[in-house]
Design a protein around this ligand. Structure first.
Ligand code: DGT
Ligand code: MG
Ligand code: MG
Ligand code: MG
Ligand code: MG
Length: 268
């Protein structure tokens, strides 16, 4: 069939491959969630329903994209690690990044009513997305350590901040009280003024959420062997790579990191 004379415009669509042999991390982040969380009356500093919904949407992504081997979530963001040799969409950057954020967003909206039964969505939320390549395991480890240190710093600050505000301080006063304090000071303030032992707060708040895909031996994987009855060996292999539940592992050397003040490092 002859090409139409319009088809030359296709040449403007440039290839955007991600380098072979690199780890790909796709990080999605809620757009304007400062306003979104206010409008939907999220509890401060942490709304368990909102965090669980984020975890739910991340699970959808992991179920659909089998090359995502690990995901880490905190606040309004989630990072998805793809295996180094993934061939997903021929490693096309925008295709990978946009497909993941699109599925995450639709799952977030789809499952919203289960997590907020009395609180209908007031407007459609959206998330942004980027794909970053990392050359080796060291950088991948440091990437997740960086995000988890962010969780720790923000959560400790926010926990102290909202305790002070709920106790009667204005937000400006609470800010001032916390100025120049380090982690130890904030722990101490929470314990002596409010009887809160920070280390006893839920791990989901302190450390973020981690979803890991682990190979499961079919011999002791009841559920996966049920799922695969009658399936091909390829399907059996896939199904045996079950997704484990969300966990709150502490990544080495991050939850103990200290900060001199509560300044949140903005990652936009
Ligand atoms: P962006 O990402 O540049 O479009 O702007 P935002 O407003 O999404 O800012 P970001 O992503 O730096 O910070 C996340 C916001 O979401 C922050 O204002 C706190 C809010 N947020 C996230 N999770 C919770 C929660 O569980 N409870 C409450 N109250 N707020 C939350
Ligand atoms: Mg955001
Ligand atoms: Mg954020
Ligand atoms: Mg199409
Ligand atoms: Mg941001």
């Amino acid at each position: 069939m002859a090409k139409s004379r319009f088809e030359y415009v296709r040449n403007y669509e440039l290839p955007d491959p991600l380098l072979p042999g690199t780890f790909i991390v796709v990080r999605i982040d809620g757009r304007g969630f400062h306003k979104f969380s206010d409008t939907h009356a999220f509890e401060k500093p942490n709304d368990k329903r909102a965090l669980d919904l984020m975890d739910r949407a991340a699970r959808t992504v992991m179920q659909e994209y089998r090359d995502v081997i690990l995901a880490f979530g905190e606040s309004d963001e989630y990072s998805f690690l793809l295996k180094k040799n993934t061939k997903l969409y021929n490693r096309r950057r925008s295709k990978i990044s946009s497909s993941i954020v699109s599925l995450f967003t639709s799952s977030y909206v789809f499952h919203w009513p289960s997590y907020f039964p009395d609180n209908p969505l007031k407007y459609p939320p959206s998330f942004d997305s980027r794909a970053v390549m990392y050359p080796g395991e060291r950088e991948v480890r440091d990437y997740f350590a960086w995000r988890q240190a962010d969780t720790h710093i923000n959560n400790l600050y926010n926990t102290a901040f909202w305790a002070l505000v709920k106790d009667g301080q204005s937000t400006a006063e609470a800010n001032k009280t916390l100025q120049g304090t380090d982690s130890k000071d904030k722990n101490e303030l929470l314990f002596s003024n409010f009887g809160i032992n920070y280390n006893n707060l839920p791990e989901q708040y302190r450390k973020g959420s981690i979803c890991v895909r682990r190979p499961v031996l079919s011999a002791d994987a009841d559920t996966s062997s049920q799922q695969v009855a009658g399936s091909s060996s390829k399907q059996r292999q896939d199904a045996s790579r079950a997704i484990e539940g969300v966990s709150y592992l502490s990544m080495k050397d991050t939850s103990s990191s200290t900060t001199t003040d509560g300044t949140e490092e903005a990652v936009d």
